[in-house]
Design a protein around this ligand. Sequence first.
Ligand code: HSE
Length: 300
Amino acid sequence: MTAMIRVPATTANLGAGFDCIGAALSLYNEFTFTPIETQSLVIAVQGLEAAKVHTDDRNLAYQAFLKLYTQIDRVPPVIQLEIKLGVPLARGLGSSATAIVGGLLGANTLAGNPLSPAAVMQLAIEMEGHPDNVVPALIGGCQLAATAANGWAIADIPWHSSIVPVVAIPNFELSTAEARSVLPTEYSRADAIFNTAHLGLMVRGLETGNPDWLSAGLTDRLHQPYRQKLIPGYTDVEQAVIAAGGYGMVISGAGPTLLALATAECAEAVATAMTQAWAKHDIEVSARSLAVDLQGARSC
Ligand code: HSE
């Protein structure tokens, strides 16, 4: 038996939704798990930046595979793991989440699905440390995750069909650990109120496509003001997005990818403007419009 799992990229935070909102995007990694008779693990990686991925037991998808077998208290089979990468690494597009979700679902499939989707989600959140990438990677769409009395409350945020996500992916990496290390541990009441209000605006803006709510909702005071200094040219790219007619721009996840929201009519102009603004800082960029993936991880 072979388990082949396709997992979408994700953009976390969407501004004021720091550590609680994320959306699945139409870029994918594929993980194929095949039990083999030999004594040792085989991992083969192809595609985007394949040379940077561990091909031994440090591989994150394999770590997730083992975690699920530990959870169900069974001995994992020796496997061949083939990975096809379409999501750039360490760019704020949830590449780690794809590995965690791929590994857990691959193991659950080979083991005969002993864990429920909710139990797999719980394990994925534990491994990642926050829910905003793994939840949309698992179930697709735009999702809000909050702790609740008996686990996690997951709420689907409708994404208005007029809103196009445009990503500008630069040619440098930024680790989530570094991007989290610059954040304060405490915030003022004014900043907490600001983010609460803007999170509400952003959710309503995504649902309705209201331009004013979207533009305001993309601002936040919990993480972006502190992370901007890690991303050269941030302010120029943001101004270029607005000038090209976009609603606004945020850091995708922990960065350095920048995410603009725009209408279909101006999405291409926004992508071009982002590329040109970053080029002035000698930063090469791959900028493109994507779709929101509504399915999430799936067997294929
Ligand atoms: N919410 C996380 C962060 C996403 O912004 O640090 C990155 O994994």
